[in-house]
Design a binder for this molecule. Structure first.
Ligand SMILES: NC(=O)C1=CN([C@@H]2O[C@H](COP(=O)(O)OP(=O)(O)OC[C@H]3O[C@@H](n4cnc5c(N)ncnc54)[C@H](O)[C@@H]3O)[C@@H](O)[C@H]2O)C=CC1
Ligand SMILES: O=C(CO)COP(=O)(O)O
Length: 320
């Protein structure tokens, strides 16, 4: 099968490698023409050290070849997705559009699959998400992911097309639950990083993960997602992975915040913008999202770690 990938960063490339090794023809577009040239000639991507890029991936600096594919994986940062969809809506209609990014768009307050549905209504919108570091996928390590598509028959087609011997896809029709699980776990990963970076200890991190989970469920169910979806790979699974591994950029960003160190601003850290979107949604919908709110405040220097901690610990005592 021919599959188009939008985005030549770590995740788009890793997915390309896994799908190419499974026998698919991959056309991968990246906006940086120099990076495209490098990948096409050296068969390496500096974001995936030691990984050889198979010959059946064609790297493209223009979109024509990619837009000739019926199935497109969108692996660009969540905040850039709406502009991409708006700019190219005319070429995207009728296709399977699978969002592979994790975040809530700050301008629209929607997750990636909902954004696709809104901006390209005649496409089949889907979401590929779950616990999976790009480096693991690219090395062929076993990974289980969630494929969410509101139309179950179309979802089944995508599930078959995108599963490989190392990528095992589970299916759901709950796109809202899946997109919010992936978005919100990044915020919790920042909070966990802050706790470890500030020396608050592993017990504090366990408390954040455990209390963060119902917070994720609260927002997702309020927006129409199913609580059960949050218990699956796209929610709980990715929460555990990202809150406990220094491979996670969101966790590392939190570590730097907790230690009072600077962090490379060119790194993709989806949880920072998502925390701000969640703070706004919590206000608009009148729901309690305390961890996300302090993370948003921390990322904007509106509070510091000790004040953030006090804000969480001074909340009224309640039943679990
Ligand atoms: N790296 C990982 O382990 C995983 C990443 N993801 C998700 O994949 C998405 C992409 O992340 P990564 O590939 O890891 O980040 P990355 O930082 O490695 O790559 C992002 C790529 O997007 C490109 N880009 C940025 N703005 C763009 C725009 N306006 N138009 C076109 N291209 C643009 C950049 O040039 C870069 O090549 C994120 O939402 C992330 O949460 C999901 C699962 C695992
Ligand atoms: O989403 C991921 C793993 O599932 C990757 O997490 P980071 O974006 O924090 O690196």
């Amino acid at each position: 099968m021919k599959i188009g990938i939008i985005g030549g960063g770590a995740f788009g490339t890793a997915l390309g490698v896994a799908l190419a090794l499974d026998g698919n023809e991959i056309a991968l577009w990246a906006r940086d023409a120099t990076a495209v040239e490098m990948m096409q000639t050296t068969r390496m991507n500096a974001k995936l050290p030691g990984v050889a890029l198979p010959q059946n991936i064609t790297f493209c600096a223009t979109l024509g070849t990619v837009f000739a594919c019926d199935t497109l994986l969108l692996a660009i940062p969540a905040q850039t997705l709406p502009d991409f969809l708006k700019t190219h809506a005319a070429q995207l209609g009728g296709k399977y559009l699978v969002a592979c990014c994790k975040g809530i768009d700050l301008t629209r307050m929607t997750g990636p699959a909902s954004t696709i549905r809104d901006l390209v209504p005649d496409a089949t919108a889907a979401m590929l998400t779950g616990p999976s570091f790009a480096a693991d996928i690219a090395r062929g390590l076993p990974t289980a992911l969630t494929l969410a598509c509101a139309d179950d028959a179309q979802g089944a087609i995508l599930q078959t097309a995108l599963s490989t011997t190392s990528l095992r896809l589970y299916r759901t029709v709950d796109t809202i639950g899946a997109e919010l699980g992936g978005a919100l776990k990044n915020v919790m990963a920042i909070a966990s990083g802050v706790a470890i970076g500030a020396g608050l200890g592993e017990s504090a991190r366990a408390a954040l993960i455990t209390r963060g989970f119902p917070e994720m469920q609260r927002l997702a169910t309020k927006l129409g997602g199913q609580a059960d979806t949050l218990s699956g790979l796209s929610g709980f699974g990715d929460l555990v992975l990202t809150c406990t591994s220094e491979q996670s950029r969101n966790f590392r960003y939190g570590l730097a915040l907790g230690r009072g160190e600077s962090f490379d601003s060119s790194t993709t850290v989806e949880g920072a913008a998502t925390a701000r979107a969640v703070r706004q949604l919590a206000h608009d919908l009148d729901i309690d999202m305390p961890i996300c709110t302090v993370v948003a405040d921390l990322t904007e220097n509106k509070t510091d770690v000790m004040r953030a901690l006090n804000a969480l610990l001074s909340r009224p005592l309640k039943e679990e």
